[in-house]
Design a protein around this ligand. Structure first.
Ligand SMILES: [Fe+2]
Length: 359
């Protein structure tokens, strides 16, 4: 399944966290995910709505645009997740790379990471994410549970970057008495929209000393709203399919590990604008396509069942069957099926590791 080898730094840098070197999973006897013990949810102080950032709500499927960071998991839960995510099984078998990033860990949770898997499958977790999003959500699919973005630097690289940053700051200060932030020139992931309606991004690293690393959003007026990076165990929820956003560069941290889990509306009658554009080239396609086709067909089945019931009810009540409505329903489902089919690009036409360029 692995599409590339990734070189992890061979020794732990000066950090209070687990060594980067992948280790076999330790035997645990302290149980699996327990929402009472491992959830640390406190609702976000602020939720920015689509209206707040000047975008029509109808663009998306919920009022939420993005939340401010909020506590989600306890430190113990984060440490358990790190053990699984950085285990040999995951870092050997589930690594993907692309033209945009050296390494992602994907599609590992149901195979090698029971704690991560159960954390996201927990109804309590889903409930609090839905609460933040303001809409009942489902996990996008198992393959997308706990997608990991990794960034490792050595102490030397970190210090060198900080030296350059301080130099830039002093130059800028001399020039116009204003301190630059590190994002001004170099986003690590350029402007883009996501494939999935909602993402929840959880920080798995100690970011106490980190500078930058915000999520930047393009507002309706063209200005930029920056959401600060969450601290360890904290999260943000973003309606990323509909909002152009970028991940800004971070400094002064030897590692940055974020866990991204994707969601879609639970209601099968709701719009589902899911595409696979930004995930197709970095996925095990049989898994991704199986899960995508399954939930889309389940949605279709639920819609057809409702329509059949409506027809039967109308007939039983002696009402005339509304031809125009049936045709509208059928046309909508034709588009739904065509979209599903189009997203499942033939495997031999998918160029592995090549994602659409973002600017
Ligand atoms: Fe994104």
């Amino acid at each position: 399944m692995a599409t590339a080898d990734v070189i992890f730094p061979s020794a732990a840098a000066s950090t209070t966290w687990a060594p980067f070197e992948a280790k076999p999973m330790p035997q645990r006897d302290d149980g699996n995910f327990d929402p009472k013990k491992h959830l640390n949810f406190v609702p976000p102080s602020t939720v920015h709505t689509m209206a707040d950032i000047g975008l029509p709500e109808a663009i998306g499927v919920a009022p939420l645009a993005v939340s401010e960071p909020f506590p989600l998991f306890t430190k113990d839960a984060v440490m358990r997740m790190r053990e699984e995510v950085l285990s040999k099984d995951v870092t050997s078998n589930c690594v993907y790379s692309s033209n945009l990033a050296q390494a992602y860990l994907r599609g590992y949770a149901d195979k090698y990471a029971p704690f991560v898997y159960n954390a996201w499958k927990s109804p309590e977790t889903l409930n609090v994410i839905s609460q933040v999003a303001g809409i009942d959500l489902s996990l996008q699919c198992d393959f997308e549970i706990g997608h990991i973005n990794l960034s490792f630097k050595t102490e030397e690289q970190k210090n060198h970057e900080m030296q350059e940053y301080r130099h830039d700051c002093s130059q800028t200060k001399t020039n116009n008495n204003k301190i630059n932030t590190p994002d001004d020139d170099a986003p690590i992931v350029g402007w883009h929209t996501d494939s999935y309606p909602f993402v929840c991004v959880v920080m798995l690293s100690d970011c106490t000393e980190m500078i930058g690393g915000e999520t930047a959003l393009r507002t309706g007026s063209g200005s930029v709203l920056k959401i600060r990076s969450p601290q360890m165990g904290h999260a943000i929820v973003l309606q990323g399919r509909y909002i152009t956003h970028a991940a800004l560069r971070s400094l002064n941290a030897v590692e940055r590990i974020t866990m991204v889990t994707s969601f879609r509306p639970r209601n099968p009658h709701a719009r589902d604008d899911t595409v696979l554009t930004t995930v197709r080239p970095i996925s095990h396609l049989p898994d991704l396509y199986y899960q995508f086709a399954t939930y889309r067909l389940e949605m279709l089945a639920a819609r057809v069942a409702s329509q059949l019931k409506e027809l039967a009810d109308a007939r039983a009540a002696g009402r005339t069957v509304a031809t125009r409505e049936i045709k509208r329903f059928l046309e909508e489902q034709e588009r739904f099926v065509a979209h599903t089919n189009a997203e499942m690009v033939d495997e031999d036409e998918v160029v592995v590791g090549v994602l659409p360029q973002v600017v």
